[in-house]
Each structure stands twice: as structure tokens, then as C-alpha cells.
Design a protein around this ligand. Structure first.
Ligand code: AMP
Ligand code: MG
Length: 339
């Protein structure tokens, strides 16, 4: 791994160049509407191994396979339940990953030894153009070094992957900002394994029974057998010691006034949340959509500013807010003060 990493635009020429690299078995930085991904040919175990190496990702954490057309799906999975077809009709292209039984063509390197595979059809135009230019489905985890926040700007990818991959396609900031919603099917039920922009409420419009996996809001032991292996890892961790303060604005301000020291930074919805407190504050957005878009960028800023201690206002836990809470919870190492 010693590449002269090129940061390219997302023009047709750049996409074709990146597609050619993927056909040669290389790994490319790819924009999507959720976060930037590290893309390689999902059907080539040698290419997929390079993703794990570039990220420093544990080998038991499976990769999501990205497709650009519905016809690609049948070649990759042995069964498409009616409910999955309904979800695809409603939410694809878009930030929803469905876990389905894999065909032999998907190597175990991609599925991390599982007999199932997560499939997603992104809506981002550059991602779709890259899949088409490569002519293969693309395995793509988030393009961060394992353990750091997912990248939502090309420069985040560059900072983590410089020298590790040949090129990155820059398509600006990610519209959604948190990784895809991951679901599995259990008969007539949908099980939510990872919350994302497609919310529980959205899923309930196609299926009455949606259950939320315990790992979404609780810590999972490192040696536990879990439905969604990614939930085991701390993930998204800034160097700062982050604590989530769950309560009203009044309670939050009171807690901070009593417990913050000179080093503490308040992570708040609006500047006014921290007004008059004489403490440094960083704003991460006043509604769930904004918070999703900004969260990972703010977590990276905490490191850049060398911040040691953070008291974060607890996001809403409904709609997209559940995804924000799930990611922030991991960034906080599950430290929550309930007021
Ligand atoms: P990332 O690539 O960083 O977005 O993470 C992908 C996540 O999707 C993994 O960490 C898993 O939690 C989940 N996932 C992918 N494939 C599967 C699968 N076959 N079964 C269950 N969960 C999966
Ligand atoms: Mg990731």
C-alpha cells in the first residue's frame, strides 16, 4: 500500500477512470448519499481483501454490496421475499440495505463468512455511474479507517486513505450523512439491525411489524453472536471523552453548569443552547436531518481541535433521530447521563 492518491471530480472521465481501476481489482473512494465508501469488485475476493486492509477492518465485519439496477439483484441472492420487493419498490434507489441469502457468486470474503449478504441500491448519481462503469456490483464499507467517524466529505476520505488507495471521486458533502438503514426479513416481520435515514416510521408504511434489534440502543459484548456484526464495534469514536446528557434543555444546562470544567465543550443543537454559560460550544444541528448530515463532521472536528471532553445534548430518538442517537451512542462509548 503506497499509492499516490488522486482526488478527482465526479465527471464522466473520472468515473470511467475509476471504473477501469475497479475492473483491475483496485479500491476506489466512492461518494454515496449516505457516507463515502471504499468500493471494489464485490465478486473478486482479492479486490475485497484490499478494502479490509485499507480500512484496517476486522475480517468478521461484512461488506454491503451496491447495485445500480434491479436486474442485478437476482444474480446475487437465492431468494427475494415479497416484502423485500415491496421495500425495494418504496425505498430504492436510496439509503436502505436488505440482508438476503447470498448466491455462491458472492465470496465469503465479502460476506465475512456469512451465508447472507447486505444489498443496497444507492441513489447518488456518481455511485450509480461508477457501478455501471465497473460493470460489477461494488462491495463498499464506509471509507474511514476502522474506528474513526465515517466520512461525509471527500477530504475526510483523503485524510484517512491518502497513500492507501489510488483515487477518490469527490461529489461534495453527503446528503444524508449517516450510513444506510440495515434490515433483515423474518416471515412477515422486518427487523431493524441498524437505523438510518429510512426510519422505523418509514418502514411501517410497508410492513406492520417492525422490530428494533437490541444492539441499536444497547452495548453488545465483543464476543456476542449478533445479527449485525458491525454493532459490536465501538465505531465512530473521536479521541475526546463524549458523554450524552439526556434531558430537557433546562436540565442539560444545569448539569453542564455543575459538572463542566475548563476543558469541556458543549455539543448542542443551537448556539442559544449554550448562551451565557461561558463554555465553548459546537453546534451539530437543530433537527434530526441536520444532525445526521453534520454529526460525523463534528466528531472529526473534535479531534482536529484536540478537544478532551464533551457533553452532548441527546438527539431525538424517533425518525432519523434514532440513527443519530445510535451513532452518537457509539462515539460516546455508551456513556449516557439520564436526567
Ligand atoms: P459499513 O460497511 O461500515 O456501512 O457496515 C456494514 C454493516 O452492515 C456491517 O457492519 C453489518 O452490521 C451490516 N451487515 C452487512 N452485511 C450483513 C449481513 N450479511 N448480515 C447482517 N448484517 C450485515
Ligand atoms: Mg463503517
Amino acid at each position: 500500500m503506497n499509492y499516490d492518491t488522486k482526488l478527482l471530480d465526479s465527471s464522466k472521465k473520472s468515473v470511467e477512470y475509476a471504473g477501469e481501476l475497479i475492473r483491475q481489482g483496485e479500491v476506489v473512494g466512492m461518494p454515496t448519499e449516505t457516507v463515502y465508501g471504499l468500493a471494489a469488485n464485490a465478486l473478486d475476493p482479492e479486490a475485497v481483501k484490499k478494502i479490509f486492509i485499507a480500512k484496517g477492518r476486522p475480517q468478521d465485519n461484512p461488506l454491503i454490496v451496491h447495485i445500480s439496477r434491479m436486474e442485478m439483484l437476482e444474480g446475487l441472492v437465492t431468494e427475494i421475499p415479497e416484502l423485500a420487493k415491496k421495500c425495494a419498490g418504496e425505498f430504492w434507489p436510496g439509503p436502505l440495505t436488505m440482508i438476503l441469502p447470498k448466491r455462491g457468486i458472492i465470496p465469503y470474503t465479502t460476506s465475512a463468512g456469512l451465508d447472507t449478504v447486505g444489498i443496497r441500491m444507492p441513489s447518488n448519481k456518481t455511485a450509480r455511474a461508477l457501478i455501471d462503469a465497473s460493470g460489477v456490483p461494488l462491495a463498499a464499507p464506509s471509507a474511514n479507517l476502522s474506528g474513526s467517524p465515517s466520512p461525509t466529505k471527500a477530504i475526510h476520505v483523503y485524510n484517512d486513505m491518502n497513500g492507501r488507495i489510488p483515487c477518490i471521486l469527490d461529489d461534495g458533502g453527503c446528503a444524508v450523512g449517516v450510513e444506510s438503514t440495515v434490515i433483515a426479513f423474518e416471515g412477515d416481520n422486518i427487523r431493524l439491525l441498524r437505523p438510518g435515514f429510512i426510519s422505523v416510521e418509514d418502514l411501517k408504511t410497508v410492513c406492520e411489524n417492525v422490530t428494533v434489534d437490541k444492539g441499536v440502543t444497547e452495548a453488545v459484548a465483543a464476543d456476542a453472536v449478533v445479527a449485525s456484526p458491525g454493532m459490536k464495534y465501538k465505531h465512530y469514536a473521536p479521541k475526546a471523552d463524549v458523554t450524552i446528557i439526556d434531558g430537557s434543555l433546562e436540565d442539560y444546562r444545569k448539569y453542564c453548569a455543575e459538572n463542566a470544567d475548563k476543558e469541556t465543550v458543549l455539543m448542542v443543537f443551537n448556539e442559544s443552547d449554550a448562551e451565557g454559560m461561558g463554555l465553548k460550544a459546537i453546534v451539530y444541528g437543530c433537527d434530526s436531518k441536520q444532525q445526521a448530515q453534520k454529526l460525523f463532521d463534528v466528531l472529526r472536528q473534535l479531534d482536529e481541535l484536540n478537544i478532551k471532553k464533551v457533553f452532548a445534548r441527546c438527539p431525538k430518538k424517533t425518525g432519523v433521530g434514532l440513527a443519530v442517537y445510535n451513532r452518537l451512542l457509539r462515539a460516546a462509548g455508551f456513556q449516557v447521563i439520564k436526567l
